[in-house]
Ligand binder design. Structure first.
Ligand SMILES: *[C@@H]1O[C@H](CO)[C@@H](O)[C@H](O)[C@H]1NC(C)=O
Ligand SMILES: *[C@@H]1O[C@H](CO)[C@@H](O)[C@H](O)[C@H]1NC(C)=O
Ligand SMILES: *[C@@H]1O[C@H](CO)[C@@H](O)[C@H](O)[C@H]1NC(C)=O
Ligand SMILES: *[C@@H]1O[C@H](CO)[C@@H](O)[C@H](O)[C@H]1NC(C)=O
Ligand SMILES: CC(=O)N[C@H]1CO[C@H](CO)[C@@H](O)[C@@H]1O
Length: 625
C-alpha cells in the first residue's frame, strides 16, 4: 500500500465518532440428511450469519466468551452483531481507516485503526465513541502489516513499527507499562509474528512472554528450508540492562526452533501458520497445550502439539547454539527477582547467541505430528469438551484455504493420540476465505468472518447426521448422541444420550442391529436413453458403490474427487432396467444410502423425464470437464 491519495480524509482526532445501530435478520438454515458429512451447503445447519452489505477486504474479530455478541473491525467501520438478536452499530469514518485492533479495556472497547496512515485509537464506552488520539504502535500504517498487539492489564506489547518510513526492522516491544524495551535488531531475521502470550509462572518475577514466529533460515544450504519456525521467550519483569547498549533492549530474549516432522515418513513441516494455546483445566501452566499448524512447500499441513512445560525447560536448560565457553552467571534468559538488572556479560552472550541449541519437539513418546493432511490449513482453535460418559476430547477447528472449517477430534489418550476428521463446515452464505476465527468454549460457538459476512456456528451440529442411530454414532462426533429416535446434541438433552465408547465400530451400540434401508425411488425411462444415478458421498471415510442386482457397477473410494458417486448409463438396454443400490461401507459397517428402480416406459411421461435427465447429464458432463 502506497501513501494516501491526496483526497483521503482522516478522522479528525478531536471529533467523536458517530455510532449507528440496526437490527439484522438471522435466517437459520434447515437441517439436511447426512451421515459423516463432507463439504455441503447443508453443513450450515443451525447457524446464524450477517452480511456486511459490502466487501471488507480486511477484518478483525473480537468476541468475549460468554457474550452473544461479536465485534468486527472493517474498513472505516466497527460492526456490532448480536446473535440471535442481531444488530449492528457501525462507526462511520473515512475509507482509509482500517480497523486492526479491537480489545476489551475496562468498561469499554479499545478500537485502533490505520486512520489514513496516522494510526489512532478510540474508546467505545456505553455506546459513545471517544478519540484517544494518535497512537503509534497500536495500529500499523497499513492493514496488511505483520502486526501483533498483546494486552495484559496495563501492559501493552506490540510488534508494530512506530515510524512510517524508517525503522523497518521488525521488533517486539513493550510500549506501555514498565520501561519501554525492544528486541535487538540482530536476534531475528525478517520475522513474521504469529502469536504472543503471557504465562504467569510459579513466582511472579518468573512470569514469561512467549511469542511464536517464522523467520528466514540462517542456514543457506540449498537443501535447508527457507523459513524456520520459532518460539521466543522474554521475562515480563525485564528492566533492560546496565550498559548503554543494553539499557533499552530486552535482556532476557532467547529463541528456540519449533520442530514439526514425522521421522518415520521423513516429512517436514517448517512453516508455522497459527498457534492456539489450550490451558490446562487444573490451572497448571506447564500443562498448557500449544497447538501449532504448520505447512510444507507443497502446502500440505501438519498439526503438532507442544507443552509450555517443555518449552520452558528447553529455555532453562539448553546450551546456546554456537557458544562453546561456559555460560555466565546468571545464565542467559534467566529472570531475576527484585527488578535486578541483567549483568552486561550475560546480555552480551545472549545477544550474540540468541538461539538455544536444543529444539522444541512435540509432546508424546514419538514426538511426531498429531496428524498431517493434504489440506492447507491456516488457523486453528481447540475446544476441550466432555462427552456424556465423561471422556475428555480435544476438538480442533481448522480453516482451509477454500473457506471451510474442518472439525478434527483428538481423543484424550495421553500415550497415543488419534485424530479423526469428522466434518467439513461451510460457514458462509457466499463461499470466501476465512479472515478471522474466534471460539467461545463456554457457549460452544465459533465466530468467523470473511470479507462479506460474519457467522456464528454452533459446535454441536448434530442434525446433519443422517442414517439413523448407525449414522449418528458412526459420525464419532463427541457432541452428538442418539436419543428418542434422533441424533441430538448432548447439551440439548435432559437425560443421558447414547454415545459410543468403541471408536472402531461405534454403531454396534445401537439398539437396531441393522441400519435403516433407503427409501425406494422409481423412475420410468425409455430404451436407449442416457441417464445417471448420483449418490452423495456424505462420509469421508466410507467407500461408496452402486450395485445393480448382484454386480458392482461403480465404486468410489474415500478421497474421490467429486462429492457424489455417480453411475452413468450411456444407452439403456433391456438388461439395465431394475434395482440399483448405492451402498456406503466403512469397516464392517454397511449402509444403504440410495435405492432406485429403473422402469421401462415409452409414454409421454418418459419423454419428459428423459429430456430432464439429458439436460442434467449434459450439465454434469460440462461440470466434469
Ligand atoms: C451507561 O449508561 C447508562 C444508561 O444511560 C447509565 O445508567 C450508566 O451509568 C452508564 N455507565 C457508565 C459507565 O457511564
Ligand atoms: C520465507 O521464505 C520466503 C521465500 O524465500 C520469503 O519470501 C519469506 O520472506 C521468508 N520468511 C518468512 C518469515 O516467511
Ligand atoms: C501455497 O499457498 C500459498 C498461499 O495460499 C500460495 O501463494 C502458493 O502458491 C501455494 N503453493 C503451492 C505450491 O501450491
Ligand atoms: C443406443 O443404442 C442403439 C442400438 O444399439 C443405437 O441405435 C442408438 O443410436 C444408441 N443411442 C445413443 C444415444 O448412443
Ligand atoms: C452490515 C450492516 O448491516 N450494516 C448496517 C449497519 O447499520 C447502518 C445504519 O443503519 C447501515 O447503514 C449499515 O448498512
Amino acid at each position: 500500500a502506497g501513501p494516501c491519495p491526496s483526497g483521503a480524509t482522516r478522522v479528525p482526532l478531536s471529533q467523536p465518532l458517530e455510532l449507528v445501530g440496526r437490527v439484522g435478520v438471522l435466517p437459520v438454515q434447515g437441517p439436511a440428511s447426512m451421515f459423516l458429512p463432507i463439504a455441503s451447503p447443508s453443513g450450515r445447519a443451525g447457524q446464524d450469519w450477517v452480511d456486511f452489505g459490502l466487501a471488507e477486504p480486511h477484518t478483525v474479530l473480537f468476541h468475549e466468551p460468554g457474550s452473544s455478541s461479536v465485534w468486527v473491525g472493517g474498513r472505516g467501520k466497527v460492526y456490532f452483531f448480536d446473535f440471535p438478536e442481531g444488530k449492528n452499530a457501525s462507526m462511520r469514518t473515512d475509507c482509509e481507516n482500517y480497523i486492526t485492533l479491537l480489545e476489551r479495556k475496562g468498561e469499554g472497547l479499545h478500537i485502533c485503526g490505520t486512520n489514513a496512515r496516522r494510526p489512532s485509537c478510540w474508546s467505545l464506552v456505553n455506546g459513545t465513541v471517544e478519540s484517544l488520539g494518535e497512537k503509534r504502535g497500536y495500529a500499523p500504517f497499513s492493514p496488511d502489516e505483520n502486526s501483533l498487539v498483546l494486552f495484559d492489564g496495563d501492559e501493552v506489547y506490540s510488534t508494530i513499527r512506530k515510524q512510517e518510513f524508517n525503522g523497518k526492522i521488525p521488533r517486539f516491544r513493550r510500549i506501555q507499562g514498565e520501561i519501554e524495551l525492544y528486541t535487538s535488531d540482530t536476534v531475528m531475521q525478517n520475522p513474521q509474528f504469529i502469536k504472543a502470550t503471557i504465562v504467569h509462572q510459579d513466582q511472579a518475577y518468573d512470569d514469561k512472554i512467549y511469542y511464536f514466529f517464522r523467520e528466514d533460515n540462517p542456514d543457506k544450504n540449498p537443501e535447508a528450508p527457507l523459513n524456520v519456525s520459532r518460539v521466543a521467550q522474554l521475562c515480563r519483569g525485564d528492566q533492560g540492562g546496565e550498559s548503554s547498549l543494553s539499557v533499552s533492549k530486552w535482556n532476557t530474549f532467547l529463541k528456540a526452533m519449533l520442530v514439526c516432522s514425522d521421522v518415520t515418513t521423513n516429512k517436514n513441516f517448517n512453516r508455522l501458520q497459527d498457534v492456539f494455546l489450550l490451558p490446562d483445566p487444573n490451572g497448571q501452566w506447564r500443562d498448557t497445550r500449544v497447538y501449532g499448524v504448520f505447512s510444507n512447500p507443497w502446502n500440505y499441513s501438519a498439526v503438532c502439539v507442544y507443552s509450555l512445560g517443555d518449552i520452558d525447560k528447553v529455555f532453562r536448560t539448553s546450551s546456546l547454539k554456537g557458544y562453546h565457553s561456559s555460560l555466565p552467571n546468571p545464565r542467559p534468559g534467566k529472570c531475576l527477582p527484585d527488578r535486578q538488572p541483567i549483568p552486561t556479560e550475560t546480555f552480551q552472550v545472549a545477544d550474540s547467541h540468541p538461539e538455544v541449541a536444543q529444539r522444541v519437539e512435540p509432546m508424546g513418546p514419538l514426538k511426531t505430528p498429531l496428524f498431517h493432511s493434504k489440506y492447507h490449513y491456516q488457523k486453528v482453535v481447540v475446544h476441550r469438551m466432555q462427552a456424556s460418559h465423561g471422556e475428555t476430547f480435544h476438538v480442533l477447528y481448522l480453516t482451509t484455504d477454500r473457506g471451510t472449517i474442518h472439525k478434527v477430534v483428538e481423543s484424550g489418550e495421553r500415550e497415543r493420540s488419534l485424530a479423526f476428521n469428522i466434518m467439513e463446515i461451510q460457514p458462509f452464505h457466499h463461499p470466501a476465505a476465512i479472515q478471522a476465527m474466534s471460539l467461545d468454549a463456554e457457549r460452544r460457538k465459533l465466530y468467523v468472518s470473511s470479507q462479506w459476512e460474519v457467522s456464528q456456528v454452533p459446535l454441536d451440529l448434530c442434525e446433519v447426521y443422517g442414517g439413523g442411530c448407525h449414522g449418528c454414532l458412526m459420525a464419532r462426533d463427541p457432541y452428538c448422541g442418539w436419543d428418542q429416535g434422533r441424533c441430538v446434541s448432548i447439551y440439548s438433552s435432559q437425560g443421558p444420550v447414547l454415545q459410543s465408547i468403541n471408536p472402531a465400530e461405534p454403531h454396534k451400540e445401537c439398539p437396531n442391529p441393522k441400519p435403516d434401508r433407503a427409501p425406494l425411488q422409481k423412475v420410468s425411462l425409455a430404451r436407449n436413453s442416457r441417464y445417471y444415478l448420483s449418490c452423495p458421498m456424505e462420509s469421508r471415510h466410507a467407500t461408496y458403490s452402486w450395485r445393480h442386482e448382484e454386480n458392482v457397477e461403480q465404486s468410489c473410494e474415500p478421497g474421490h474427487q467429486s462429492p457424489n458417486c455417480i453411475l452413468f448409463i450411456e444407452n439403456l438396454t433391456a438388461r439395465q432396467y431394475g434395482h440399483y443400490h448405492c451402498e456406503a461401507q466403512e469397516g464392517s459397517y454397511l449402509r444403504e444410502a440410495q435405492h432406485w428402480e429403473l422402469l421401462p416406459d415409452d409414454g409421454a411421461m418418459a419423454e419428459h423425464l428423459l429430456g430432464r435427465a439429458r439436460a442434467l447429464a449434459a450439465s454434469l458432463w460440462l461440470g466434469a470437464l
